[in-house]
Write a protein that binds this ligand. Structure first.
Ligand SMILES: [Zn+2]
Length: 94
């Protein structure tokens, strides 16, 4: 799987998880406890799947470095400094 695709998939999963999480938090009352538990369960499942995607696929295609923090806005590898799209070495821009 391509890096960008994995990142966008993980991001989408986390977004849906957040929706379910908010849904679960906003449902009050004992009569909604089952729905709340289901929403929380789905949210946790989605987070686990998203984390799996990040750990499994969000790595540099050139050196294999795992990119976890700031993966959604990373455009180049922090280790080999290659751009994920073009594969060209990029200069430090900070
Ligand atoms: Zn790399």
């Amino acid at each position: 799987m391509k890096f960008q695709k994995a990142v966008s998939t993980a991001r989408t999963l986390l977004l849906i998880a957040l929706v379910f999480c908010v849904l679960g938090l906003t449902m009050g009352g004992a009569e909604l406890a089952t729905y709340r538990a289901v929403a929380t369960g789905i949210a946790m499942l989605l987070v686990v799947v998203a984390l799996y995607y990040i750990f499994r696929y969000c790595r540099c295609p050139y050196c294999g470095k795992q990119i976890f923090f700031g993966v959604s806005k990373a455009t180049s590898c922090p280790r080999c400094r290659r751009n994920f799209v073009t594969g060209k070495k990029v200069k430090r821009n900070r």
